[in-house]
Design a protein around this ligand. Structure first.
Ligand SMILES: O=P(O)(O)O[C@H]1O[C@H](CO)[C@@H](O)[C@H]1O
Ligand SMILES: O=c1cc[nH]c(=O)[nH]1
Length: 234
């Protein structure tokens, strides 16, 4: 048990899939896990453990933003022994070639700053995905014929962007999408020798203003969850 995760020792699986939204964690557990057990509800940040095709899996929500992700990823890694952490999140598309509901696999992240930023002083550390998880997720998406893009994402501290100049530069440099947590997840995984990946679904388009409902963001992203599960146990 930790301050933020009320699970008992052994109740968290080595493979943890992490949505920002606690209700997405509940929906995914109800949809994909056998014998799903509620293992955390501290602060409403729901966590469930069960089995998928015989493999133990935990869905643990991480909330919004990198400070929140940092708390959950740190405790999952250091106190519960999580080995594979896969974020299953929504993101805003930055390129015309990336469409609503497409999958984005975050190969690497740009960020202005994360909770780990101060460790690196003047260095600009490059947070990257685990290559095995990344290539397995790409193969799983292609097997299913899903529209999938692999490349850079931007982990932002702000949802309501006031820096059009930044989005323009990111777009010019091929960044696929904006979200708010992956840079910190990849940095913590690197620090502790764990495997991490972010499988994202495009929920809105920064260029066109199209957006999906909160209901679809909560329980409409099954393809993303299935790709993440297949990648974890490839
Ligand atoms: O849908 P989730 O996983 O929460 O991810 C995205 O959605 C939230 C903002 O609405 C941020 O957490 C962002 O990263
Ligand atoms: O962080 C996020 C998530 C979804 N869509 C965005 O525009 N930003």
């Amino acid at each position: 048990m930790t301050i933020h995760i009320g699970a008992r020792p052994g109740q968290i699986a080595e493979t943890v899939l992490m949505p920002g939204d606690p209700y997405r964690a509940r929906w995914a557990a109800q949809t994909y896990l056998q014998d799903a057990e509620l293992v955390n509800e501290v602060r409403g940040m729901l966590g469930y453990t069960g089995t998928w095709r015989g493999h133990r899996v935990t869905f643990q929500a991480h909330g919004m933003g990198m400070p929140s992700m940092s708390i959950y990823a740190n405790e999952l890694i250091r106190d519960f022994g999580a080995q594979r952490l896969i974020r299953i999140g929504s993101a805003g598309a930055l390129q015309e070639t990336v469409g609503l509901r497409d999958l984005v696999l975050a190969q690497g992240c740009s960020t202005l700053g994360s909770p780990s930023r101060s460790l690196f002083c003047e260095m600009q550390f490059a947070p990257i995905a685990d290559f095995g998880l990344l290539s397995s997720a790409n193969a799983a998406a292609e097997r299913r014929g899903l529209p999938v893009h692999v490349g850079g994402v931007y982990s932002s501290d702000t949802f309501y962007d006031e820096r059009q100049d930044l989005s323009n530069q990111l777009r010019r440099h091929g960044t696929l999408a904006i979200e708010m947590e992956t840079a910190e997840l990849y940095t913590l995984a690197a620090r502790h020798g764990r495997k991490a990946l972010a499988v994202l679904t495009i929920s809105d388009h920064i260029l066109t203003g199209q957006e999906l409902s909160s209901a679809e963001r909560e329980s409409g992203f099954g393809a993303m969850v299935e790709v993440a599960l297949e990648a974890a146990f490839a």
